[in-house]
Write a protein that binds this ligand. Structure first.
Ligand code: FAD
Length: 263
């Protein structure tokens, strides 16, 4: 018997404009505060660019540009690199009509109800949820990259949070949560791990200054988004992890990515 599909009543979209804006912010804003990169920082940059080259959805100009940058970074004989050199490659030397990353921020799903809310951190979470689902659906994509295995995406995310993410407090919290990463033994566990940790952050931040009143933080997905993800046991609400996994794989899948922009 084929199990019935989950009853998803109100699946919202995931927007390519948010993902691309996150990449713009990472590569042209956040990294710019690191004039030179070496050692672990340089490795995280290489791994991040490779991850995007291999797993960013939809192919297209972003992937082509990241493939070029990844080949260049991974063939680099130097132990240190200037950020300006990376930017020059990105914006001039490697940029062609079919390989580019549009400049600027265009938040759609991550647009806050006022300036200063949501935006980049929202799109950063979204990007990494998408990447965990991509790795689960394309287990061979990271073969021969040094990132193959059950925790490829989270290893890069942890490195990025530790070395580059502008909110240092966020980085510290994520680092503490990452002590449980060793329990992740499959790409299916990887996407659920990130969902669980994101919910812990949602709980911690609900009602705080960074909570957008138009998009209050809550345990996600709530029953209106995914009824089968929730169950009652002895009067308590519990998650049905298999259904959550199925929901994540639908919500963050290629089929649910919209190319709509905000005008
Ligand atoms: P976000 O929490 O950014 O979520 C973005 C979208 O993801 C939501 O709109 C929803 O569609 C989806 N989503 C929500 N929950 C889940 C889930 N569990 N699984 C899958 N998808 C989900 N801010 C602080 O003030 N203090 C912190 O310590 C802090 N730590 C952070 C740690 C990390 C790793 C990151 C990336 C961000 C952190 N932030 C922190 C920022 C904060 O988590 C939010 O990103 C920010 O406040 C914007 O919130 P948002 O309402 O746009 O929703």
């Amino acid at each position: 018997n084929v199990p019935a599909p989950p009853q998803v009543t109100a699946v919202s979209k995931v927007y390519m404009a948010d993902l691309e804006s996150a990449l713009h912010y990472i590569l042209r804003v956040e990294l710019a505060s690191h004039p030179t990169m070496e050692g672990e920082e340089l490795q995280v940059l290489k791994d991040f660019v490779t991850l995007i080259a291999k797993l960013y959805p939809g192919g297209g100009p972003v992937v082509k540009l990241m493939e070029r940058l990844s080949d260049w970074l991974n063939g680099l004989p130097l132990k240190q690199i200037a950020y300006q050199a990376v930017l020059d490659l990105l914006d001039n030397k490697m940029r062609t009509a079919d390989a580019f990353l549009s400049p600027g921020l265009n938040w759609v799903g991550c647009r806050g109800s006022r300036e200063g809310l949501r935006g980049y951190p929202c799109a950063f979470w979204t990007l990494f949820h998408v990447l965990t689902v991509q790795q689960h659906h394309k287990p061979q994509a990271l073969a021969n990259t040094g990132l193959a295995g059950a925790r490829g995406v989270l290893t890069v995310m942890r490195g990025y949070m530790r070395h580059f993410f502008g909110c240092r407090q966020c980085g510290r919290h994520f680092d503490s949560a990452s002590t449980t990463l060793t329990s992740v033994n499959s790409t299916g566990e990887q996407l659920l791990w990130l969902w669980h940790v994101h919910n812990q952050v949602n709980l911690r931040l609900a009602g705080s200054l960074s909570d957008d009143p138009g998009f209050p933080k809550r345990l996600w997905p709530d029953p209106s988004m995914c009824a089968p993800c929730h169950e009652e046991q002895a009067g308590a609400r519990v998650w049905v992890r298999e259904e959550v996994s199925r929901f994540l794989q639908r919500h963050y899948a290629d089929d649910n990515l919209s190319s709509r922009t905000y005008t």
